[in-house]
Design a protein around this ligand. Structure first.
Ligand code: ATP
Length: 843
């Protein structure tokens, strides 16, 4: 039985001593409940001076109440075969020795934990079943200046600590004295205490200068079933931690104090490491004290810690640190277990069972190994090997096992077939994937080529656009100049028109005939002028219309690009949802990125296109304006010339010349406009063609993009599907294999454990046999003694009866003679047994 239990921690406050009372009658402690105390600190006003432990004992608590709560459950555990530890910790003069030993061994009220425990041990023995035979062994030692001194054998000054897998940690060579009753134990306690190092200090007249360990080992053997149990009880009275300033330690006392404080610090470190939840190493070996207490702290023991404290404000800081130590220790978890000692019969039985179990396990292991190797091919081997063991193993068990294994084998064969089918399918799928992959790789290559071409053309366009932008800048400047010129010319035209009007009025004032002629000619000229104006405005309108057409086309182009962008966004979000493709194929991821890049370039090209169209429009407008200006200039010049001619020539000449000139002007104007219209038409056609080409290119790119998207969507689906199938079948296979491996591992571990047990039992068997031999020898010795006694007692039967008291006295000596005590016996009973024995001898 192995369970985790926490260390039980209590604290005990002693009453104020004389020195403390003289300083102050006030206590530094408040007892908030039977588990919580708070300290009223004069220095530390923090709130966390409340301490909760398993129990708090106030200064008026009795020795009995402390014993019942802190120690009795431990001794009860020891009687069941557990190890137990009770130890007292506290500053010097806080009451550790008072609590552990008490001021008197005989006084039933004042006696401390150790004598009370001894009482309980013997009471339990007297109450026990008469089939159980007990032996009680006592050891007593102290750790003084890091050396272990045997207090029952004081010449042993430096005992060593050892550890054994079965015994745990133990002190080698320590004297173990058999005790037959409580008085014998008290005697041993007194002897040991006399050998302890105590000294006067300013704090305590009899201050313990060492850690003392009182060890009671209780072995019990059941004569019926031959089982045996051993419980070890450690009763530890630690030396008190001390502030050298307060104790006034100097010289040897100072050296002692240093060792005491050092070992208590090591104890604190062990407790810290056991409770901080991080430490992987517990520094038990840092001191003799922690090494001896290794099993008591975090090991195989039921443990109680009694923290003793002074209630005086003078010792407030020591009290706080002791209570902190206690709170920390409360979280230590121990793993106590019953220490059973097997009898020869039990060991033989266990050994046989273990061997049988090992055989069984061996077979299972072989079978599992075969299964792992051939996965089921070992059916024949298994059944044949099993049949050869028919004699040893129960037939029903074998049949059950065989049936069981057959079912499992069939299941495995099924699984195997499934695997094979899945494997075949996977091979096919893989071939498909490979061909798909090759196809897609080719498509990707093509797409890459197309993209590089597109990239090249985009770059060219960029260069072209840059050039256009530069031209645009210079044209804008020119346009600005020309606009200024135009305004100036318009002003000149209006001036000239004004002059013409003036001239007209002057001509009107001439003779009527001439006047009429001139008027007619001027009217014609004005009509022509109007017509020209109309033509110009018509051309302008056509130009506007062409511009609008171009605008619409540009908008369509922009819309197409937007649609493509939306498509791309949708695709991107779908890719995000599926989210696996990028992982599966980095090539397609690259393609995707390239497509994005291309789209970006397309968008740039679209913007550039728009800018270019704007740039192309500007020179057309500019040319139009320029030509219009030119025309107007020419017209003005012509008019000027005509007027001059009218003013200088005769009316008849004027008429002919005017007509000819006007005719020529009209022809010229018409030719000019025709030329202008043609050039505009050509320009318009160029733009339209260019635009159409670009639209075609965009559509082509969009188609490529869609194709690429389709192919990688297909690829993604194929890869995802095949990958899932592949992963699932691999997982199934893995699970099955790891199950087999775990089975095998488990079997191996069990086998190892059983083998260990076997070794253990064999060793114990050997020990027991040796013990039995020793006992037989002892018996032989006793028989010889008995014969000698019989001979002596024949003649002195009466003296023998009267010398009964003396013989009891001999039994009380502390020689290391085994003193078995039968369960259910008591003192009176034992007396009568002795008398009976003596009577028997007399007979
Ligand atoms: N609960 C108590 N009731 C009455 N007196 C007590 C109590 N505890 C301790 N004392 C007294 O206080 C004094 C010091 O006690 P004790 O010697 O047990 O201290 P200690 O902790 O063992 O000291 P050190 O570590 O120096 O050995 C003794 O005189 C003892 O009788």
């Amino acid at each position: 039985m192995e369970d985790q239990t926490n260390i039980r921690v209590v604290c005990r406050f002693r009453p104020l001593n004389d020195m403390e009372s003289q300083r102050s009658q006030v206590l530094c402690v408040n007892f908030l409940s039977d588990q919580t105390v708070s300290i009223n600190s004069q220095n530390d006003f923090s709130e966390n001076l409340k301490f909760t432990l398993d129990k708090v004992f106030s200064p008026d608590s009795s020795q009995e109440s402390v014993y019942n709560f802190a120690a009795k459950p431990i001794v009860e555990g020891v009687m069941q075969g557990f190890n137990g530890t009770v130890f007292a910790y506290g500053q010097t003069s806080s009451g550790k020795t008072f609590t552990m030993a008490g001021p008197s061994l005989e006084d039933p009220i004042a006696m401390g934990i150790i004598p009370r425990m001894v009482n309980t041990v013997f009471e339990s023995i007297y109450k026990a079943d008469s089939n159980t035979e007990f032996t009680v062994k006592i050891s007593y030692c102290e750790i003084y200046m890091e050396k272990i001194k045997d207090l029952l054998n004081p010449c042993e000054m430096n005992l060593k600590i050892h550890e054994d897998k079965f015994k745990g940690v133990y002190i080698e060579g320590i004297k173990e004295v058999h005790a037959g009753n409580d008085n014998e134990v008290y005697e041993l306690m007194k002897t040991g205490s006399d050998n302890r190092e105590v000294a006067y200090t300013n704090m305590n007249a009899v201050s313990s200068r060492s850690h003392s360990l009182f060890i009671i080992t209780i072995s019990q053997t059941n004569s019926k079933d031959h089982s045996a149990k051993i419980g070890k009880l450690f009763l530890v009275d630690l030396a008190g931690s001390e502030k050298v300033g307060k104790t006034g330690a100097a010289g040897l006392r100072l050296e002692e104090a240093k060792h005491i404080n050092k070992s208590l610090t090591a104890l604190g470190q062990v407790i810290y490491s056991l409770t901080d939840g991080k430490s992987t190493h517990i520094p038990y070996r840092d001191s003799k004290l922690t090494r001896v207490l290794q099993d008591s702290l975090g090991g195989n023991s039921k443990t109680s810690l009694i923290v003793t404290c002074s209630p005086s404000p003078y010792n407030e800081s020591e009290t706080i640190s002791s209570l902190r130590f206690g709170v920390r220790a409360k979280t230590i978890k121990n793993k106590p277990k019953i220490n059973r000692e097997y009898t020869v019969a039990e060991l033989k039985l266990l050994l046989a069972k273990s061997k049988e179990e090992i055989d069984k396990r061996d077979k299972i292991i072989t079978r599992l190994e075969d299964k792992l190797k051939g996965q089921g091919d070992s059916l024949f081997d298994f059944t044949t090997s099993f049949s050869s063991l028919g004699e040893k193993i129960d037939a029903d068990d074998i049949m059950d096992e065989i049936n069981d294994l057959k079912i499992r084998l069939e299941e495995e064969i099924d699984i195997n077939n499934q695997f094979k089918q899945a494997n075949d399918k996977l091979i096919f799928d893989l071939a498909d994937i490979k061909s798909d992959h090759a196809m897609i790789s080719q498509e990707l290559k093509d797409a890459e080529q197309r993209m590089s071409l597109a990239e090249k053309s985009v770059k060219e366009q960029e260069v072209f656009i840059q050039k256009l932008v530069m031209t645009n800048d210079s044209l804008e400047k020119k346009l600005e100049c020309e606009t200024k010129n135009k305004i100036a010319l318009e002003r000149i035209v209006s001036e000239k028109e004004y002059e013409i009007t003036q001239l007209k009025q002057e001509i009107l004032m001439k003779d009527n005939k001439d006047q009429k002629k001139i008027m007619t000619r001027n009217m014609i000229s004005l009509e022509e002028h109007e017509e020209l104006k109309n033509q110009i405005s018509k051309l302008k309108m056509e130009l506007e219309h062409a511009k609008e057409l171009k605008e619409i086309m540009v908008n369509d182009f922009m819309r197409a690009l937007d649609d493509s962008q939306q498509l791309k966004d949708k695709q991107a979000s779908r890719n995000c949802r599926t989210g696996t493709y990028e992982v599966v194929s980095p090539e397609i991821k690259n393609l995707n990125e390239e497509i994005d890049e291309l789209k970006k370039l397309l968008r740039q090209s679209q913007a550039a296109e728009y800018r270019k169209s704007r740039v192309l429009e500007i020179p057309i407008e500019f040319i139009n304006l320029k030509e219009e200006n030119e025309k107007l200039k020419l017209k003005v010049l012509d008019l000027q010339r005509t007027i001059n001619e009218i003013l200088t020539s005769t009316p008849s000449e004027v008429k002919t010349q005017d007509n000819i000139i006007l005719q020529m002007m009209m022809e010229k104007e018409k030719a000019c406009f025709e030329k202008l219209r043609k050039s505009w038409e050509t320009e318009k056609e160029n733009i339209m063609r260019n635009l159409e080409n670009r639209c075609k290119k965009v559509i082509e790119l969009e188609t490529n993009l869609d194709m690429a998207k389709d192919s990688y969507r297909n690829l993604e689906e194929n890869i995802g599907k095949n990958e899932r199938t592949l992963i699932m079948s691999i997982q199934r296979k893995d699970n099955y294999l790891s199950k087999l491996a775990a089975d095998l591992q488990r079997e191996l571990i069990i086998k190892q454990k059983i083998e260990n047990n076997c070794q253990f039992y064999e060793k114990m068997l050997k020990d027991q046999e040796e013990k039995m031999k020793i006992l037989e020898n002892e018996c032989e010795e006793f028989r010889k003694k008995e014969i000698r006694l019989e001979f002596k007692l024949k003649n002195a039967e009466e003296e023998a009866i009267s010398s009964m008291g003396n013989k009891r006295g001999q039994m009380m000596n502390f020689g290391n003679i085994r003193k078995p005590i039968k369960g259910g016996s008591n003192n009176d009973l034992r007396k009568s047994i002795v008398i009976e024995n003596i009577n028997d001898v007399g007979k």
